[in-house]
Each structure stands twice: as structure tokens, then as C-alpha cells.
Ligand binder design. Structure first.
Ligand code: FES
Length: 229
């Protein structure tokens, strides 16, 4: 008996939780998330292993820009499988993300098991701390998301790409609530300790050009920052 799991992989999938619950229900599948939402893939696999399931097939979905590639789902699944050791069910992953529920059966049929000797089950990029100059923390908490943080994030990523700034220059990371929700969407630039509020797409472009490329914070958008002594 094989248990199927629909896996939301991108940050944007976390914001369409209810929709994915419905989709998973229609497919007779469990639901898990790679990031920013519960239950996590690890929680679901632990539960299925405790239930003595013998085979689990994972099919990922990915909405919006910036989600991990399908190989990440396989790597995360393989990492769990190796760590769990004896008693782990066979874990299969589909070779592509599902764009439409009509693809479900074909993807399940094409899924192949993770193995100890499988190539590409880890990545050198997972070993070293990135060499970035700045880290941009884009809040994807509830208030910021409802006020357009997805568009702010896209504008930041695309602006950095246009400016020739890669992950080793500026690492963009989406986060949960960073607390100053009344100023949503909130973006923080580290290690400069500069916080920005009401970052719409135009503001994101300005932050890229003036601060992340030009080196000067955008005072107009900056939130006051009080530090404890
Ligand atoms: S939701 Fe973004 S600061 Fe709270």
C-alpha cells in the first residue's frame, strides 16, 4: 500500500494552505510543506513511518517565483530517509512538479525511489555559509503578505538580477513576522541593521539601486530603530 503526499514547496505555497488542503483531499493524498507552513515534510514522513507505511510517494507543487527546484524535494526526502534509517518506508519522488491535477497519476507512476547511492542527493552549496555582502530579509508574515510582500519580494529579486547581483552578493531570504506589522510590507537589510517599511515595488527598486548597489540606505523609507543599551 502506497501513501501519497502532495508537497507545497515554495514560500507562496504556504499562503495557499486552504487551497492545497482541498486539492490533497480530492487526490486522496496527505499534505506537507517544505517551508514556512505546517505540517512539514519531516513531520508527515515521521508520522507515516510510525504508522508502519511501507511506501510513500511525494509529488510537489510550486507556485510563484523563487521556490526550490524539484531536485530539492528529492534531496530533502533523501536526507530524511537516510537519517531515519531502519524502518523507514520506501520514499519515491515525482520527476516534476504538478501544474494541474490531471498530471497527478502520471507523476505518481513516474516517481522513483530515493536510494543511499543516488547521485545528486546532496549539494555542495549546502555545506558552506554563503559569501553574500548583504542579506535582505523580506517579511512574509500575515500582515506583510496581505499587503503585497509577494510583489515586493519579486521586485527585489528581479531588480537584483538586472543589476547583476547574485546570491553571493545579496542573499534574499523570506521570513515569518518580523514584528513591526503596522509598517507592512517590511524588509530588513543586514548586516547594515536598516529596516524599511511600506516596501512596494517602486520602493523595492529604489532599495536595490540606492542601498544594495549604491551602498546608501534610503532614508525616506527607513523605519526608526531603537536598540537596547
Ligand atoms: S507580518 Fe511582517 S512584520 Fe509582522
Amino acid at each position: 500500500m502506497t501513501t501519497h503526499v502532495l508537497v507545497g514547496t515554495s514560500p507562496a505555497d504556504a499562503t495557499r494552505h486552504a487551497e492545497l488542503v482541498t486539492t490533497a483531499g480530492q487526490l486522496g493524498a496527505d499534505l506537507a510543506f517544505l517551508q514556512l507552513a505546517s505540517p512539514s515534510l519531516g513531520e508527515v514522513l515521521d508520522r507515516l513511518a510510525a504508522r508502519r507505511e511501507t511506501s510513500v510517494t511525494l509529488v510537489g507543487v510550486s507556485s510563484g517565483l523563487g521556490g526550490p527546484g524539484v531536485s530539492w524535494l528529492r534531496r530533502i526526502a533523501a536526507d530524511w530517509w537516510r537519517s531515519y534509517g531502519d524502518g523507514a518506508p520506501e520514499v519515491r519522488t515525482a520527476p516534476a512538479f504538478m501544474d494541474d491535477v490531471r498530471e497527478w497519476k502520471a507523476l505518481v507512476d513516474l516517481a522513483r525511489p530515493v536510494t543511499l547511492g543516488g547521485a545528486g542527493l546532496t549539494s555542495a552549496a549546502w555545506e558552506d555559509v554563503p559569501e553574500h555582502r548583504h542579506q535582505v530579509l523580506v517579511c512574509r508574515g500575515p500582515r506583510c503578505t496581505v499587503r503585497g510582500a509577494e510583489d515586493s519580494w519579486k521586485a527585489l529579486v528581479l531588480g537584483l538580477m538586472r543589476a547583476g547581483q547574485g546570491d553571493d552578493d545579496v542573499l534574499v531570504t523570506q521570513t515569518g513576522c518580523q514584528f513591526p506589522c503596522n509598517h507592512a510590507p517590511v524588509v530588513a537589510v543586514q548586516p547594515d541593521d536598516v529596516w524599511y517599511g511600506r516596501v512596494d515595488e517602486a520602493a523595492a527598486d529604489e532599495i536595490v539601486a540606492t542601498h544594495l548597489v549604491g551602498g546608501t540606505p534610503v532614508e525616506r523609507l527607513r523605519l526608526p530603530r531603537r536598540r537596547r543599551a
